[in-house]
Design a protein around this ligand. Sequence first.
Ligand SMILES: *Cc1c(COP(=O)(O)O)cnc(C)c1O
Length: 361
Amino acid sequence: MSRVYNFSAGPAVLPEKVLSRAAAEMLEYGTTGQSVMEMSHRSKEYQAIIDETERLLREIMSIPNNYKVLFLQGGASSQFAMVPLNLLNKTGKADFVITGQWAKKAYEEASRFGDCTIVASSKDKTFSYIPQLDKSKFNPTADYFHICQNNTIYGTRFTELPDTGNVPLVADMSSCILSEPVDVSKYGLIYAGAQKNMGPAGLTVVIIREDLIGGARESCPTMFNYQIHAENGSMYNTPPTYGIYILMLVLEWVKEMGGLEAMKIHNEKKAAIIYDFLDNSKLFKPTVMGKDRSLMNVPFVTGNEELDAKFVSEAKKAGFINLKGHRSVGGMRASIYNAMPIEGVQKLVEFMEKFEKENAQ
Ligand SMILES: *Cc1c(COP(=O)(O)O)cnc(C)c1O
């Protein structure tokens, strides 16, 4: 077996320890005589798994007691509709910061259900920065204020949260959840697809303040109503059972690594290695400058499309895969989620140094 260094933006690398454990438990979980995949979600063995997953997530993220944790399906993209269907219930208005394609999709979907306003955008420079926010433009009576906290495609992140006062802050954390500590009490709702930092695709985690539950509009489909899922412990229907189990293993790994403070240091180290190289390279250039740089997704270019393609292809042959940038940015992108080891980033940089020498112009 030879495992590659996988820089995919998602589905993405998972800790090897987690995969080995899942492999070891594939045929029989504990002494149950069955795989987790084969278990009834109503069994007491499975209930113990989902309970432990929630307990670990609450512990690791310090989730306050007045928040519910929901394990759903449909991806972060379903949350673009689920959030407005449940939260747009007083003034029917919401504010959005457009920092990339995902933020734009959240805005467009919510606009089907209410009166949505763009308070700031960084579209003018291909979303290569987080726009300055002017609080006087925020609607103080909005039902929610939406941000995409880490912009997977463009490689930017919010390092400071908007001060939305009493307006609930809703954050898409798909590509940064568990990468560093966050103060959950500053948010009304956090959502994340699991396939970046938490586990396999098919699981979506929602962390929602209790007072925001129960306001879904009459026409809201049952499966899109947070209250239904909250009242049924995420078991209104069959939850993504295996994905939740893998999340449990990932959370155990995060805890072993020292929790989110340690994860942050680990991630900052990795990001520094690659950004330092990019800042000094004569061939590769980072597309994001300054404090808005993501710790998770690092886009870069050579400025020459042919050379970009050559790099991606040679990198692949050398065991560094999924480095092709998103089609809207071009170039390359190295996604360096929690499970990417420091060694992976060091070796990538060594490879880039070598490529730079060989392709000096
Ligand atoms: C990947 C991603 C999404 C889309 O997630 P799906 O689970 O595919 O719907 C949305 N937002 C962000 C920030 C992402 O990184």
